[in-house]
Design a protein around this ligand. Sequence first.
Ligand code: SF4
Length: 445
Amino acid sequence: MVTTRASLHTLGCRLNQAETSILGDGLRRKGFELVEFGQPTDVLVLNTCAVTEDAERTARYLIRKTLKHSPHAFIAVTGCYAQTGIEQLKQQAGIDLIVGHQFKLDLPAYLPAIHELKKRLVPDIHHTKTMARGDFDLPHFAEPDSTRALLKIQDGCSAMCSFCIIPFARGHERSRMFDDILREANSLVAQGYREIVLTGVNIGQYAHGDKDFYALLRRLDQIAGLERLRISSIEPTTVSDELIDLLATSKKLCPYLHIPLQSGDDQILQAMNRRYTIKAYTKLIETALTKIPNLGLGTDLLVGFPGETDTAFRNTVAVATDLPFSYLHVFPYSSRPGTAALRIKQLVPSASVKKRTDLLLDLDRAKRLTFHNKQIGKTISVLFETGTRDSYRFGTTPNFTRVAVTETGDLQNQILPVTITAAADRFTFGHLTASQHTHSAMAVL
Ligand code: SF4
């Protein structure tokens, strides 16, 4: 029997990844055979990002690339770029379906039936400028990735940071119904997933009825059989003392925080419409580090925001150096349509943006190595992923350290104690520790 292939690809954030998983599940239900992205295919679903110009360029390039190896492939585009860049996408040859955010999860229903699949002269468009408001549930469960399951709890953002296109792309913040989240979490545990990662745009703003983010975490923490619960990126203004205390005491919540800083300069933070000062951010991090043992701590930095002087950039370098981040995600600023930052005239020359970005990327490598070196000698639980790479098996610790071991055998989706023996900037090396000797003694870090 001839099968009809579909491949999916995600650009951008973990929330997009979670939504791509849901779309993949929908395609499978429709009868498509999912193939790896990059392989010849009959359908491509591209879940795009609009956070930078580069992400948009990449989307256009991937469409052209797919049509080179699969000229008859039906191309469906969704995500933030499909929402904010629709006019541009309409001009790009070879696109058959454009689906804005409002209708994103209905995309499989807009695809023609398998036997009617053929390229269109003009794309079919499902798009509205008005974005959804109010709480939501999801039509079916996310199909999780290999070992960690991404669980969407929230969408949209109302913070209006002056550089950010997300409020225009995804609309106002809204939360998934409390019971719907619990239903999916229980289902994921029943399917054998050991770790759930909570995703959303601004997850600390979760609110459904009288339940806030803390109440949600408390409830998820009680799910029998769930071994690890991880919070993805969370805004500094939404990290409360009680959340830190829960992270410090819970056996399931991973000791890991990714808290975007964006700039180490108060004036730039103000111009970005970020609602905290460096003093408040630093205090938050110091409290978290004091209370949560072996915390993995990541951040985002935006480089070259208009008006970022040499002094302002030096302030960012100083804060990023002083705080013990385990890694930095560095993004060069690019102007985004409709955002307030467009009104700021003092643009930073692109050569300076590049130089500053490179400097912070060097700092990122140094931070990773320092953090990894601190893990040497510790015995930590590692959740192993599928497959091998360069004859290593890889897994992740609760504090989000990647670990490579040389042991073979069936490690996939197992949580096993590993003693860390060496470090590089991208990951650490270790060996399995005989579990019968170490389980009781092992600090589940
Ligand atoms: S908090 Fe700011 S940067 Fe983050 S999604 Fe909302 S507007 Fe964008």
